[in-house]
Design a protein around this ligand. Structure first.
Ligand SMILES: [Zn+2]
Length: 293
């Protein structure tokens, strides 16, 4: 199902599927597989599945939304694709948890999970679209490192509109930040979703720095961002760090959110493998409680 929206793909099959509740989904795909392209779709678990954009290679970028409250919290995994595949599995685990425990979302809240914002990067190391398991993941270090980038070899977390430069850094390496802010379809999909939905807070999962970071752009750290960082840190046990200063970063998504007045934190898991579910569930529930009051 690569190049899903190629001419052949669209010509190959056009099916209409009627789901429970009378919602219509148009599915386009080759062979026996199909991917819904019309949104929104209420799933059997109560989440609304929305495709917010397509990756460079035509993979759907999915958002699952729960609840209808005024305060909207957004959780995002997989910005660095297959290189940080545990952040994707953590996001899917959180989605499963919400499917089974809808009562944790109070009437004041809406929660959206985007499990895999860089699906092409995940595909590079798992060979799978959408959900995968740890046994699908390549153990080749070069393959894993290449999975950090999208299919244009761009580091998506350098492609946002905060101090953007065409080249940026990752540890001691120079990485491409795209041809302009939001030049990549994955970052543009997130930008459009944020502009449309105006979330009250955004939590990104990455790995492997074992800490929770605040965010800032030209105007410094938003006060509420420090509260969000501290709430997650205290409940989860990850150390709170106000400013990432290991090396200079430009064009990060968290910084862009700060620049448009939206608090965002980055939760860095300890390793590139474990999802540390118990710790993160505590952090998540503390944030839900903080915003419910
Ligand atoms: Zn990362």
């Amino acid at each position: 199902m690569r190049f899903l929206f190629s001419k052949q793909g669209i010509m190959a099959m056009l099916a209409v599927v009627v789901l429970g509740g009378g919602w219509l989904v148009l599915s386009v795909g080759k062979g026996t597989a199909s991917v819904p392209v019309v949104v929104p779709v209420p799933t059997s678990t109560g989440a609304e599945r929305k495709v917010i954009g397509q990756s460079v290679e035509g993979c759907p970028i999915e958002a699952y939304t729960y609840g209808t409250g005024k305060k909207h919290l957004l959780f995002i995994g997989g910005m660095h694709g297959g290189y940080e595949w545990n952040s994707v599995l953590l996001s899917y685990t959180f989605k499963n948890y919400l499917d089974s425990n809808p009562d944790v979302i109070s009437k004041d809240l809406t929660v959206t999970v985007i499990p895999s914002i860089n699906p092409d990067g995940v595909y590079k190391v798992t060979g799978k679209e959408g959900r995968f398991t740890s046994t699908d993941v390549s153990t080749d270090k070069a393959v894993l490192a290449s999975g950090r980038f999208n299919a244009h070899e761009v580091d998506l977390n350098r492609n946002f509109d905060c101090k953007w430069q065409p080249k940026s850094t990752w540890q001691q390496k120079t990485v491409s930040a795209g041809s302009a802010p939001f030049s990549e379809p994955e970052s543009e999909a997130l930008r459009a979703f944020v502009v449309d939905q105006k979330p009250d807070a955004v939590i990104f999962w990455h790995s492997q720095a074992n800490a929770v970071y605040a965010s800032e752009c030209e105007q410094g750290i938003l006060p509420v961002t420090l509260d969000l960082m501290n709430v997650y840190s205290k409940a989860s046990g990850y150390t709170a760090v106000k400013s990432f200063d290991s090396y200079a970063i430009t064009g990060d998504a968290e910084g862009w959110l700060a620049s448009v007045g939206i608090p965002a934190i980055t939760v860095e898991l300890k390793t590139h493998e474990a999802i540390e579910w118990e710790k993160n569930l505590k952090g998540i529930l503390a944030v839900l409680e903080y915003y419910a009051n």
